[in-house]
Design a binder for this molecule. Structure first.
Ligand code: PMP
Length: 456
């Protein structure tokens, strides 16, 4: 671990909001919160917050407002679109649609697929990329969890062979459970060779890795602002315009309609916009879009490759620390050494994962996540468990080598100081060797310290 300390120390984390926030421990002491749940939502970049604060007084109603601030806001909204297009390295003619988040983006895409589209997705996807396709007019083929990237490519090849008509492949860029990076360009090549299209769920990839739509040759990409250091309620669906323009608007309403006329026979005829506006009915989230654009610029200026290299050093430090604890089993689909972003899930033998995560929070001020991470089939596959996760956390289960039914996830990114990773590794070691110092019980489905009984 000492060899990596020098280079990590040389490269500082990007300033994020909440970096100095102190939280109470169960003992009553206070410590600076270690936010290690970036895969769920990353803290806002200070730069994004500052940009939003500087713009806020000039905020005005966008689109068709006659006033100065309306026009300024409309310009900034459209410039935000252009900044996202540049960040994603879109092709000529590609469109950026602002949505609420990745889930919304993929549901939007599902709503515009031509009738009869066959969708192909691995069962290992996050629910946001697994479920939107289960709707009338579409069929879904869920491919079994592959054991290697090569097997994933072969499985897709096999699934697409001989198929015809409109088809869409949906693939995640980096798993929200294992952090493993998927062979997106290779899958895109297979999809296109068979005449299918492909959408990339970049919710976990974009915050950690350069995403070039042009180089990966994917048809669409979706991501969320709140995982990209811009938590203002906006997300993105970007890519090919033709299917978007051919479909009914995702939401019907103002902004999506160019003209609405009442005919002599009493009917109402609507002419919908083409382009992004068609699927952005209602008043758009200008601040959300502006914040995403600010994050895109900030990450680009800091250097996505530099940030990724720093993150890899933190990951190596984390993995080396966890490797010293034989009770810790890191979850992986593709095996050790496969490229991964700063997301890692594990189980600890003899521990209920909810209990472990609760102790990390209550006794060390460390925020991680426990559960099945909205990827139930994947986590169950990795744990070799088909049953429901247990609801009680108080009694550690699995002490006799029984399997765990849920997992613990630690995730980090551009704002994470080395100290947070070190504190986490120390906490894991202490909890495993000495046990929790407090007792815990389940309250409203959550594992919480039992402040009535002190276990020590
Ligand atoms: N895809 C992946 C890979 C994710 O990790 C998540 C969020 N955990 C989503 C999609 C959904 O993102 P959101 O909740 O922002 O819609």
């Amino acid at each position: 671990m000492s060899s990596s300390s020098a280079s990590v120390a040389a490269c500082t984390p990007l300033p994020v909001l909440g970096r100095d926030v102190e939280v109470p421990l169960v003992t009553g002491e206070k410590v600076v919160y270690a936010a290690l749940d970036y895969a769920a939502s990353a803290p806002a970049l200070q730069r994004v917050w500052d940009d939003v604060a500087a713009y806020a007084p000039y905020y005005g109603s966008v689109h068709r407002g006659a006033g100065y601030l309306s026009q300024l806001s409309t310009d900034l909204f459209e410039q935000s679109r252009a900044a996202v297009a540049e960040f994603l390295d879109l092709r000529e003619g590609d469109q950026v649609v602002f949505t609420r988040a990745t889930t919304d983006s993929l549901n939007l895409l599902a709503s515009v697929l031509p009738a009869g589209t066959a969708v192909f997705a691995f069962e290992t996807e996050h629910h946001a990329s697994l479920l939107p396709w289960r709707r009338a007019g579409l069929t879904v083929d869920y491919l079994r969890a592959p054991r290697s990237p090569r097997q994933a490519v072969a499985a897709l090849e096999e699934a697409l062979r001989g198929t015809e008509g409109p088809r869409l492949v949906c693939v995640t860029g980096a798993s929200n459970v294992t952090g493993e990076i998927w062979p997106v360009a290779e899958l895109a090549e297979v999809a296109h060779r068979h005449g299918a299209r492909i959408v990339l769920d970049a919710a976990q990839l974009a915050p950690h890795h350069r995403v070039s739509v042009r180089e990966l040759d994917v048809d669409w990409v979706a991501f969320s602002g709140h995982k990209l250091y811009a938590p203002f309620g906006a997300g993105v669906l970007a890519g090919r315009q033709d299917w978007l323009d051919a479909a009914e608007p995702y939401l019907a309403g103002g902004g999506a309609s160019r003209s609405v006329a009442r005919e002599a026979d009493g009917s109402v005829v609507v002419e919908w916009h083409q382009g992004a506006a068609r699927h952005e009915a209602g008043s758009p989230n200008v601040i959300g879009a502006y914040a995403i654009a600010s994050a895109c610029r900030a990450l680009t200026e800091a250097g996505l490759d530099t940030l990724a290299a720093r993150e890899q050093e933190l990951l190596a430090r984390l993995r080396a620390g966890l490797a010293e604890v034989p009770e810790v089993k890191v979850l992986s689909l593709f095996g050790d050494g496969h490229p991964q972003v700063g997301v890692l899930s594990f189980v600890v033998s003899g521990w209920n994962s909810s209990h472990f995560a609760a102790a990390l929070s209550a006794e060390y001020g460390i925020g991680v996540r426990d559960g099945l991470f909205c990827a139930h089939p994947l986590v169950r596959h990795l744990l070799g468990a088909e049953e429901e996760a247990p609801s009680e956390c108080g009694a550690p289960e699995g002490r006799d080598g029984e399997r765990s039914l849920n997992a613990i996830r630690v995730s980090f990114g551009a704002g994470t100081p080395t100290e947070h990773v070190d504190r986490f590794v120390t906490a894991v070691k202490e909890l495993v060797s000495d046990g929790a110092r407090w007792s815990y019980r389940t309250e409203a489905g959550r594992c919480v310290p039992d402040t009535r009984i002190h276990a020590a």
